[in-house]
Design a protein around this ligand. Structure first.
Ligand SMILES: NC(=O)c1ccc[n+]([C@@H]2O[C@H](COP(=O)([O-])OP(=O)(O)OC[C@H]3O[C@@H](n4cnc5c(N)ncnc54)[C@H](O)[C@@H]3O)[C@@H](O)[C@H]2O)c1
Ligand SMILES: [Zn+2]
Length: 363
């Protein structure tokens, strides 16, 4: 297909390409592992993306929303694979957003102790982030992504045509993640075409993953803006796609029921502004750099304020409990030598910065 670009994720003998462009899904047959005789496609109802691997295939549909990202779903997929006789030399194909890629990836990683995987990413967030890098897994009732592993795909397809049916909140969510890249090495992202935005973000993620596959150091820059985002999610200010649909239907009946709610990338957007303001409060960056953060988010039509009703003290508590925080307050913050991890930040400063961000959101 003309106009499709390939960006390599250089991991030695596990290297793979990310194909980006309109119609890139038609490249699928050429990406199959040699010898694969059948495929299992994992997807969700409502994702109407037609893919044809060119070999015999079966489709397994999983549920929507984080509740479907579960061990029960892995069992369901595994049983379907057993029933169709999927062999270790066959292939699993994820067709969906980050949730489908994470679940299908874990199913592939564990099916016969490792079966080839192809990701066809159909949300903007999955194309610029979730489908690349090999992290996969599921949630437990006790927390998100607690059971998982690394399993690199054989290839990733980012077909821009598949994004046409995305609802507005999923576009915003993806743009929140793209905004993150604007501060960790992708310059001029706001002015780029969609294809260039996706390619530039993929190229950066590919470089980071190639340098630090298992998050020993550098890969943590990808968590920029995420400490507060995770706290907002834990505190109930963010919702998943299944809840968005439910809320839309109840809002029609009870408009007053609308609660503050953000998709993941929208929470990251707020987290980016917070990270910039915190870095400024700690003397690491100046006000101009904070303004740059806000300008990128405004250009992407993303909010910069804490959601109405968010309590700074409670958010600080959630941030202390973040699995990457080791008990103290750790952040990934901008500074004179770029974005880097900062440990042991004073909770008084954190709470004050949060309180300032809440101010603007109160009617
Ligand atoms: N593995 C990683 O490195 C990584 C990185 C970031 C996020 N994630 C994970 O990704 C998940 C979030 O991914 P997401 O934001 O893509 O959400 P998602 O996968 O839940 O998709 C959002 C909604 O969009 C729908 N959808 C998908 N493609 C569509 C299309 N083309 N047209 C219309 N609707 C479509 C889905 O059915 C879903 O309802 C989380 O579970 C998160 O933990 C993983
Ligand atoms: Zn994210």
């Amino acid at each position: 297909v003309s106009g499709v670009r390939a960006i390599g994720v250089e991991l030695g003998d596990r290297r793979y390409d990310v194909l980006i462009g309109a119609g890139a899904r038609h490249e699928l047959p050429g990406l199959l592992p040699p010898g694969a005789r059948r495929a299992v496609i994992v997807t969700q109802p409502g994702i109407e993306v037609a893919v044809d691997p060119g070999i015999e295939y079966d489709v397994v549909e999983i549920g929507r929303g984080e509740e479907a990202k579960s061990l029960a779903t892995i069992e369901k997929i595994g049983r379907a694979m057993a029933q169709v006789g999927l062999a270790r030399s066959d292939v699993v194909i994820a067709v969906g957003g980050g949730l489908v890629c994470d679940v299908a990836g874990f199913a592939a990683a564990t099916w016969h102790r490792g079966t080839p995987l192809l990701n066809v990413a159909t949300t903007l967030l999955a194309q610029v982030d979730a489908a690349i890098g090999g992290k996969c897994g599921v949630n437990l009732p006790e927390g998100k992504n607690l059971v998982g592993t690394y399993w690199q795909p054989r290839a990733v397809i980012c077909d821009l045509d598949t994004l046409e049916s995305l609802p507005p909140e999923e576009w915003r969510s993806g743009r929140g993640e793209i905004a993150k890249y604007a501060f960790i090495g992708v310059d001029g992202v706001v002015e780029m075409s969609l294809a260039d935005q996706v390619a530039a973000c993929v190229a950066l993620k590919a470089r980071v993953v190639a340098a630090d596959e298992r998050e020993g150091g550098l890969r943590m820059i990808l968590n920029y803006g995420h400490t507060l985002a995770h706290a907002l999610e834990a505190a109930g200010f963010a919702i998943d796609a299944a809840e968005t649909a439910l809320q839309a239907s109840t809002d029609a009946m009870y408009p007053a029921s609308r609660q503050p709610s953000l998709r993941h990338g929208e929470a990251v957007a707020v987290g980016l502004v917070f990270a910039a303001r915190l870095a400024a409060a700690l003397g690491r960056i100046g006000p101009d750099r904070v303004a740059e953060h806000e300008a990128v988010l405004r250009a992407f039509d993303l909010g910069c304020d804490l959601p109405f009703g968010a309590d700074p003290a409670r958010l600080v508590e959630y941030m202390r409990r973040d699995k990457k925080a080791h008990g103290d307050l750790s952040f990934v913050l901008d500074g004179p030598s770029g974005v880097e991890p900062v440990r042991g930040v004073d909770p008084v400063v954190v709470e004050r910065v949060l309180a300032e961000m809440a101010g603007a959101g109160v009617p």
